[in-house]
Write a protein that binds this ligand. Structure first.
Ligand SMILES: Nc1ncnc2c1ncn2[C@@H]1O[C@H](COP(=O)(O)OP(=O)(O)OP(=O)(O)O)[C@@H](O)[C@H]1O
Length: 929
């Protein structure tokens, strides 16, 4: 059965039904710095802690007084030992690692809460990381492969090579100095003392006993830190200049391998053969971390550090001698131990400049971690399909396979119980609460059964031991030799490539070993075949001949098979090479596509940003628009109110006006009555006076007549109305009265004659109300009606042809009453020829009246032919058409007087009263009249 590769988990779980386990979150409370200080954390039981807000905390100031309780997988109190923490949290992860499964453990908490202490600890009391190394090497010490049997292929995988090749590699790397590689100064012997003091390191005795014994193991460690969202390799050799010191390290990039697992490209992986060696590498990395931070002017405690332990294992060959030379059988598993930077918020750090940026980046990556946990939790619990923002930070991007794939994830939340840490501790607890709800697929059992005999290693060892024993006893038989691979590798040291004293014996040794190997295989083969025949008699040809035939045939078949196998092997090799090449091409293409994707992501972000700002401005504009609309509505309401007020005022004015008019009419009537009465009174008085005189005259006449002829005077037949009885008028008296009446009548006529003057000037007034026309007031009772001979004549004349001159720009006013011109010709520009056919001329002139209203004046004229063959236009009348708006109607102005028109008249005469003199053949001549 094909084994599963113990790579970092795949991006997508293979089966949805795969069982899942929640992320296990443990809490560790560190002892307070001062036992007398106020604390805010209380351990309720082995799974629950209670946090109470301190009076100085921000939460308390914001009104949060209640205690909160948080549950964990397990809570370690301040007295717990490092060993206990390791046994509970890290030991199962190490066990998984040895069985080919992946694991992730990280410490999370506020600065100074004990993250590094829990992870690394002190030599006298090491933390989980150091104890994990001890446990690994305790478990694999007897089954380790020789150094360089497994070689990192720089693509997150491992190559396998023979022990001979590994030895040559060892010679090359460890013995021969690398002149091209940059060298760092040698680590001082007492460097461990400077890091961890003088105390000897305590080793953890834990081990896993039942590991796959027919596998060979190798341990590789890498150490990186993530600082300001850049990845640095802490085991990279940094060039050292005695003057400028160490060169600043270059950041590394993340890549995805063929299994879509994330790894740090070009990261140094050191193969370690013991816990001590691994511990040295850890120290070296920590020292390098300090050096790098000095070069970068940064602080180490402000970065996330990741110590990666990779365990590579591959089965032994059928003889149990060497690792099977088959890369596909190599299984690697990894345990990432992450010491996160402090989780405090920006406000609390009081940082500025670089420190602020640093704190911001830490915050950003921790926030990204929180966001990922939130999204995962929602996806898993609520069935949401949220995109988990792994790419938001390098930290989450590197570990995305752990959350998306399979493997155990454990977190230790470290807590400083000091009351002043309350606000930050609550944040940490909340994150822990969320993280516990995230589920990760349970790692599947890795199969190491490849159909090879179990216990190969043990058998080989026993065989070797037996051979050694036999050698010691002096047995040199061929049989024994046939099963021996010969002596062990000679301890040769190749310091110079041309050193023949080493190379020649080495070649001889390898050649001899190859020969022995072939002999051994041949011998074994023949032995096994012969063993199958029951040869009772050595001369029994009935058995020997068929056996020889069988063997010959088998030999032949074997050769055919070998040839076939070799050709197949070559084909396979060629195919493999081709596939590898294609794979490389695909990787290359993948890298390109990733770059492109990154660029697209960037541009997408830019567009999103722009969209957001546009949306913002759009919202602002909409808000403004709403404000304007409200203002408009208010103004409209105000306007309506004002209109309403104006209407009310107008109707009031109308009412007053009609009242005033009726009063006027009444007064006028009253005055007319008075006048009538007066007149009658005067007439009666005059008649009485006449009668009196007549009586006197009659008396005189009678006196005279009595003297001459006695002729009696006759009284009048009928007395005048309301007057005293009046005698009939004598003839001469009648003429006197008639003259008086005539005089009165003349006065009336004079009055009447004054009135029409403006009437003839202004003519008729057209307007929306006939009552509003500016017509002359009716003549007093008894006077002659005004007679306009022109108007009368005009309406009757049917032979007249009017020349209507409407200058360009004249506005049609849709007036109801229009001049009635039966035969007319309208022109906008006056030509001589137009005057030839017309007998009347009318000019329209529009202007603004003194009250602001539009008024149209119609200047009328007769067209009189002249002796020269032209025509003379003689103006004789003006009509004014006015429009009075009901809203702007004013009190009627006094009757216009002739002088009012004087200026306009002159102006109009200047402009319009033109005599046209022209000849049919000659040029037209205009002359003013
Ligand atoms: N459980 C503990 N028992 C005893 N001492 C502890 C414990 N936890 C922490 N300390 C001590 O507290 C101090 C700060 O601890 P540590 O450096 O581990 O904090 P940290 O959380 O890693 O801080 P940073 O975020 O700065 O890395 C150290 O001196 C450490 O020895």
């Amino acid at each position: 059965m094909k084994p599963q590769r113990g790579k970092t988990p795949r991006k997508f779980p293979r089966q949805n039904s795969q069982p899942k386990d929640p992320v296990e979150v443990y809490c560790r409370i560190r002892p307070p710095d001062d036992p007398n200080i106020e604390t805010c954390v209380k351990l309720l039981d082995e799974r629950t802690v209670q946090i109470s807000p301190s009076e100085n905390s921000q939460a308390y100031k914001n009104g949060v007084y209640k205690e909160t309780q948080y549950a964990f997988k397990y809570v370690f109190d301040e007295y717990v030992s490092q060993k206990a923490v390791f046994d509970t949290v890290a030991s199962p992860l190490v066990e998984d690692l040895l069985r080919g499964k992946n694991g992730l453990m990280f410490t999370y908490g506020v600065t100074g809460s004990g993250k590094t202490y829990t992870m690394t600890g002190k030599p006298s009391d090491p933390g989980t990381l150091v104890r994990s190394l001890d446990m690994i090497f305790n478990s694999i010490s007897s089954v380790q492969a020789k150094k360089y049997v497994f070689m990192p292929d720089k693509m997150n995988g491992y190559d396998v090579q023979t022990e001979a090749d590994a030895m040559v590699e060892r010679q090359k790397r460890d013995v021969m100095p690398r002149f091209d590689a940059p060298r760092t100064p040698a680590t001082p012997k007492n460097s461990k003392k400077t890091e961890f003091g003088d105390a000897p390191r305590i080793t953890d005795p834990s081990r896993v006993n039942d590991i796959e014994e027919d596998n060979n193991y190798a341990v590789f460690v890498s150490y990186i830190e993530i600082y300001n969202n850049y990845i640095y390799d802490l085991l990279e050799e940094l060039p050292y200049d005695p003057i400028t010191g160490y060169r600043a390290p270059n950041s590394k990039i993340l890549r995805e391998d063929g299994d879509r697992s994330m790894y740090v490209s070009n990261c140094t992986e050191v193969e370690v053969k013991s816990a001590e060696e691994a511990f040295d590498v850890l120290l070296k990395g920590q020292k390098r971390r300090k050096v790098a931070h000095t070069a970068l002017n940064t602080e180490s405690s402000r970065s996330h550090s990741v110590f990666n332990i990779r365990l590579v294992q591959a089965p032994l060959d059928p003889l149990g001698e060497e690792v099977l030379q088959d890369k596909s059988r190599v299984c690697s598993s990894q345990l990432a131990l992450v010491d996160l930077a402090g989780s405090e918020r920006l406000v609390r750090t009081n940082n500025v400049g670089d420190r602020l940026r640093e704190a911001g980046n830490i915050n950003q990556s921790l926030m990204a971690l929180r966001a990922c946990m939130d999204a995962l939790r929602e996806n898993q619990l609520l069935g949401a399909n949220k995109m988990v923002p792994y790419r938001d930070s390098k930290l989450t991007h590197l570990f995305k396979n752990y959350f998306d794939g399979e493997g155990k994830v454990r977190m230790i939340v470290t807590v400083n119980p000091a009351a002043k840490e309350y606000d930050e501790t609550v944040q940490v607890m909340r994150f822990a609460e969320v993280t516990q709800e995230v589920q990760v697929a349970r790692p599947q059992q890795v199969q190491f059964d490849y159909g090879l005999a179990k216990g190969r290693r043990r058998m080989n060892q026993q065989y070797k031991e037996a051979m050694t024993k036999m050698g010691e006893e002096g047995s040199t038989s061929q049989k024994t030799l046939a099963y021996s691979m010969g002596p062990s590798f000679p301890a040769l040291q190749l310091l110079d490539p041309s050193d023949e004293s080493v190379i020649v014996p080495l070649i001889q040794f390898l050649a001899e070993r190859e020969m022995r190997r072939n002999t051994l295989i041949t011998d074994l083969n023949s032995k096994s075949r012969i063993h199958a025949q029951s040869l009772l008699d050595p001369s029994d040809e009935s058995v020997i001949v068929p056996l020889i035939q069988f063997l010959a045939e088998r030999e032949m078949r074997r050769n055919t098979l070998i040839t076939d196998l070799n050709s197949k092997f070559d084909q396979f090799r060629a195919q493999l090479l081709k596939t590898e090449k294609e794979n490389m091409d695909l990787r290359h293409r993948n890298d390109e596509l990733e770059n492109l994707l990154g660029k697209r992501d960037n541009s997408f972000e830019r567009v999103e940003k722009k969209l957001r700002s546009l949306q913002k401005s759009h919202d602002q504009l909409e808000r403004k628009n709403t404000q304007f609309e409200n203002m408009k509505r208010e103004l409209e309401t105000e306007l309506n109110e004002k209109d309403w007020k104006i209407l009310r005022e107008k109707s009031e004015r109308e009412r007053m006006k009609s009242e005033f008019k009726s009063k006027m009419v009444l007064t006028q009537q009253h005055m007319e009555d008075q006048l009538e009465k007066e007149k009658r009174k005067i007439e009666e008085e005059a008649e009485a006076q006449l009668w009196q005189r007549e009586r006197t005259l009659q008396a005189l006449k009678s006196i005279i007549d009595s003297n001459e002829i006695d002729t009696p005077t006759q009284p009048p037949a009928k007395a005048p109305r309301r007057g005293p009885a009046v005698a009939p008028k004598p003839r001469y008296m009648t003429s006197t009265i008639a003259s008086r009446v005539q005089t009165k009548s003349d006065q009336d006529l004079r009055y009447t004659g004054r009135t029409p003057k403006p009437a003839t000037r202004s003519g008729r007034t057209y307007g929306p109300k006939a009552t509003e026309r500016r017509a002359p007031s009716p003549p007093p009772k008894g006077s002659q009606p005004v007679y306009n001979p022109k108007a009368h004549r005009r309406s009757k004349s049917s032979h007249e042809v009017w020349l209507e001159h409407k200058p360009a720009g004249t506005i049609e006013l849709d007036t109801v009453l229009q001049p009635n011109l039966r035969k007319k010709k309208s022109v906008s520009k006056l030509e001589v020829k137009d005057t030839m056919t017309a007998s009347k001329y009318i000019l329209q002139h529009q202007e603004q009246a003194s009250d602001g209203e539009m008024q149209t004046k119609l200047y009328k004229a007769n067209v009189v032919p002249t002796a020269g063959g032209g025509a003379s236009v003689v103006f004789n009348d003006v009509e004014t058409l006015r429009q009075i708006s009901p809203g702007t109607r004013k009190r009627r102005s006094p009757q216009p007087k002739a002088e009012d028109f004087e200026g306009q008249w002159t102006d109009t005469e200047d402009r319009c009263a033109v005599a046209l003199e022209g000849h049919a053949t000659k040029r037209s001549k205009f002359s003013g009249v």
